[in-house]
Design a protein around this ligand. Structure first.
Ligand code: APR
Length: 255
């Protein structure tokens, strides 16, 4: 493993523009289950609950499911993997994180340039008038006895700020994600099964533009065969070791 850690650190040090794509696997060490891993959410809940159609037909059941996830996320703290990426950014060796996660843990760890291509759970949005409010405001509406929560302005249904299946990806986030993937010379996919599009397409774009591609994941992914390096293991362990090695190579003191 130390050979791979050294090779990854070498690639990061010699790259001009490193971009990371993260998925739910980077947050499992913070106590948030992923979707398709051995204890994945979709192993015990039908994924249809995450579709926009299900939300429209059963908004109450949708919100009951979301409230459980919200409670988990609001108390979750970043883990070593999130902090390692924030440190890389501080050292000027990571230009952007593109995340599929809606848990805000990259921001909580101090990362600045984070592109949330699946939205986030910090907000809620009215599906009629488009008004966006904080998730705390939506929880207050629920506490006042309005369930599923409705917009105070027009009475329309509120949905969480996360992007549901069969919903479009936020235009601005997707444009930035494509741009970063085209401009990077190193793309690292961390804690993602690379099975959901368009996220899983981003490393292909990077590779096509001549970037190196590294996968750090517990399990194999469909893109393993196009990666330059694949390391199967825990993101927290691997990224912590990689950042230590990068600091050594850059002659950066302390943590
Ligand atoms: N370290 C490294 N990899 C891990 C860890 C860990 N500590 N824990 C889990 N993994 C791996 C799992 O083996 C799995 O391959 O992370 C991957 C997570 O994959 P998914 O659960 O499919 O999550 P993700 O790729 O983010 O899913 C993409 O699907 O359901 C939708 O919108 C949802 O954003 C999500 C999208």
């Amino acid at each position: 493993m130390s050979k791979e850690i050294d090779r990854i650190a070498e690639m990061i040090v010699s790259s001009k523009r490193v971009v990371v794509l993260t998925g739910a696997g980077i947050s499992t060490e913070s106590g948030i289950p992923d979707f398709r891993g051995p204890q994945g959410l979709w192993k015990r809940v039908d994924p249809k609950i995450g579709t926009i159609e299900f939300f429209r037909e059963h908004p109450d059941e949708f919100w009951r499911f979301q409230l459980d996830r919200l409670k988990e996320m609001m108390k979750a703290q970043p883990n070593r993997a999130h902090y390692a990426l924030a440190e890389l950014e501080k050292m000027g060796k990571l230009s952007a994180i593109i995340t599929q996660n809606v848990d805000s843990l990259h921001f909580k760890a101090g990362s600045k340039n984070v592109i949330e291509i699946h939205g986030n759970l910090r907000t809620a949005k009215c599906i009629e008038c488009g008004k966006v409010i904080s998730i705390e405001e939506a929880l207050k509406i629920i506490e006042e006895g309005v369930f599923p929560p409705k917009c105070r302005t027009c009475g329309g249904l509120l949905k969480t700020g996360s992007v549901l299946f069969n919903e479009p990806i936020p235009e601005e986030a997707l444009t930035r994600a494509y741009m970063e993937s085209e401009m990077c010379d190193l793309m690292m996919a961390i804690g993602t099964s690379l099975q959901v599009y368009p996220a899983a397409y981003l490393p292909v774009i990077a590779k096509r533009k001549g970037a190196k591609f590294i996968i750090i994941n517990m399990e194999p992914t469909p893109l393993d065969e196009i990666a330059d390096i694949v390391v199967h293991g825990k993101a927290g362990d691997i990224l912590t070791a990689v950042v230590e090695k990068v600091k050594e190579k850059l002659g950066v003191k302390g943590s």
